[in-house]
Design a protein around this ligand. Structure first.
Ligand code: NDP
Ligand code: MG
Length: 378
């Protein structure tokens, strides 16, 4: 069978680097045609030398930096939004991995959906902000989304071969983040403490989202869109060992779980080989060594992000755009030392309270609102 051409957007990030490793493992089936990075031009150029993609996309500012480093190499260098659009829409590309972080990932998802691509989606923020709009586009163009997020990959795997109408409930597991056992106020936790995730090694933004549990709130909204299920039928359970990545409960009371060591290469590769599987040379789960798994309900007072995300999921419209955008702005402010940890979710709550929800926004409405919030809060 001919190799499939693949674009890896955000190849210089935590997911992107793993996606390239997975592509090496699947080199008989995939040819990396595009890679993209933003600030990290050194790594992007190094990846280009190693993986030899046909195209390399960077930011406008880093165009010359990448060009200089790739002198004598065949890869064509593109930049900015136009470059990402080509990577997402190239006729020769059939699979687009979107591993760009945050709201900057939305446009490329829309570009790829418009062209009917198979999207392997790590950028959950796309679905949080514009899940309904993206699904409408996908219906029109025949595009599909396979999740890379480990929880949603678990859900998809647990659904394999099942009649979807027999799904009763999703049990979405969460590690609980670095502060799950911390007593007292989280106001004065440091950036370093918040970045110290117990089980997963990830980019800074999602690591902070995991510390506030906003990441779990986003994943709830992501599941609503991916599996067409109301938020009331998704239960969030803290599972500190991060071995069960999520579970599906069916109408006969059966619960199917997917397990594995916390390694993103597994869900990334599954997204590329779904519904089949390919050998992956990684350490295996040893249950006797893990010896026990624990589960408990999240503390919603300590982690108000969960309630806010549930409200946004229930209301829909532009409220999830506010949830996502304000969170993102405040996370970067926290990382820059400009606000306290608890200010992140306080600001999200305030802006959601003040927001007049528009029920069926267009994609333009969503970009406009997001842009206004960036201006207002910066
Ligand atoms: P990283 O911060 O590690 O990587 C982000 C990537 O996006 C980098 O390639 C970065 O380029 C690029 N990027 C940043 N800003 C822009 C921009 N304005 N335009 C274009 N590209 C940009 O993030 P992660 O890999 O951790 O996460 C990526 C996505 O995957 C997020 O949506 C996250 O929620 C999701 N995800 C991540 C998981 C993980 O384990 N990390 C697990 C599940 C989901 P550069 O570095 O060159 O600036
Ligand atoms: Mg996840």
């Amino acid at each position: 069978m001919a190799k499939k051409n693949i674009s890896i957007l955000g190849s210089t990030g935590s997911i992107g680097v793993n996606a390239l490793k997975v592509c090496s493992n699947l080199r008989n089936d995939f040819k990396v045609r595009y890679i993209s990075g933003y600030n990290n031009y050194r790594l992007l150029a190094a990846q280009a030398k190693l993986y030899k993609p046909d195209f390399v996309v960077t930011s406008d500012t880093n165009y010359m930096n990448v060009k200089k480093r790739l002198k004598g190499f065949k890869s064509v260098i593109l930049c900015g939004d136009e470059g990402l659009k080509r990577a997402a829409q190239d006729d020769k590309v059939s699979v687009v991995v979107n591993a760009i972080v945050g709201s900057f990932g939305l446009k490329p998802t829309v570009y790829a959906a418009e062209k009917g691509k198979n999207i392997c989606l790590a950028n959950k923020e796309s679905l949080v902000m514009a899940g309904s709009v993206i699904k409408k586009i996908m219906k029109r163009t025949g595009s599909s989304i396979v999740p890379i997020d480990s929880e949603h990959s678990a859900m998809l795997q647990a659904l394999n071969g099942e009649d979807r109408s027999t799904l009763e409930k999703i049990i979405l597991t969460a590690s609980g983040g670095p502060f799950r056992n911390r007593k007292g106020s989280l106001r004065n936790v440091t950036v370093q403490e918040a970045l110290d995730h117990p089980n997963w090694s990830m980019g800074n933004k999602i690591t902070i989202d995991s510390a506030t549990l906003m990441n779990k709130g986003f994943e709830l909204i992501e599941a609503v869109h991916l599996f067409d299920i109301p938020p009331s039928k998704i239960e969030i359970v803290i599972h500190p060992e991060s071995i069960i990545h999520s579970m599906m409960q069916f109408i006969d009371g059966s619960v199917i779980a997917q397990m594995g060591l916390p390694d993103m290469k597994i869900p990334i590769q599954y997204a590329l080989t779904h519904p089949g599987r390919t050998h992956l040379d990684q350490p295996r789960l040893d249950l006797a060594k893990i010896s026990k798994m624990t589960f408990y309900k999240p503390d919603r007072k300590k982690f108000p992000a969960l309630g806010l995300a549930e409200a946004a999921a229930k209301e829909g419209g532009t409220l999830p755009v506010v949830l996502n955008t304000v969170n993102e702005i405040m996370v970067y402010k926290f990382l820059d030392g400009k606000v306290k940890f608890t200010d992140i979710i306080k600001s999200v709550e305030k802006e959601m309270r003040d927001h007049r929800n528009k029920k069926e926004p267009s994609i333009e409405d969503i970009f406009e609102l997001s842009g206004e919030l960036w201006k207002k809060l910066n």
